[in-house]
Design a protein. Structure first.
Length: 113
C-alpha cells in the first residue's frame, strides 16, 4: 500500500504507529508543504492520499479541487484529516472519501483491510 500524506506539523507514520497501526508493508511518503502537490501525486501514485487542510502554500481543499479537475488518476482513498472537523466535512463534500481529525487517523478501517 502506498500512502502520500500532505501534513505540515505531525509525523504521519508516528501518528499511525502510536495508534497501533503496523506500518509494515505500507510505503509512506510525507510532504511537509503543498508545493507542487499534483506533481508529487502524479509521481508517487498513492493508493491512499491524506490531506491536511491548513498547509502552506495551498490548503488541502485546494489540492483536492485541483486533483479532481486534473487528468491524474484518483487515488483509491482520499482522506481529509484536518484538526478542524468542518474543514474535513468540506473536503468530503468536494470528493474526499472520508474525513477524520488527524489524531484519530489510526482508527480508520483502511489500515486493517
Amino acid at each position: 500500500m502506498r500512502v502520500l500524506a500532505f501534513e505540515d506539523h505531525y509525523d504521519i507514520e508516528a501518528l499511525l504507529t502510536a495508534g497501533g497501526v503496523t506500518t509494515e508493508g505500507i510505503t509512506i511518503e510525507q510532504r511537509w508543504n503543498a508545493d507542487e502537490a499534483l506533481a508529487h501525486i502524479r509521481r508517487f501514485k498513492p493508493d491512499i492520499l491524506l490531506l491536511d487542510h491548513y498547509m502552506p502554500p495551498q490548503s488541502g481543499y485546494q489540492v483536492l479541487s485541483a486533483l479532481l479537475a486534473s487528468d491524474i488518476p484518483r487515488p483509491n482513498t482520499i482522506v481529509a484529516m484536518s484538526s478542524a472537523p468542518s474543514k474535513n466535512d468540506a473536503m468530503v463534500a468536494l470528493g474526499a472519501d472520508v474525513g477524520v481529525v488527524k489524531f484519530n487517523l489510526s482508527t480508520l478501517d483502511i489500515w486493517f483491510a
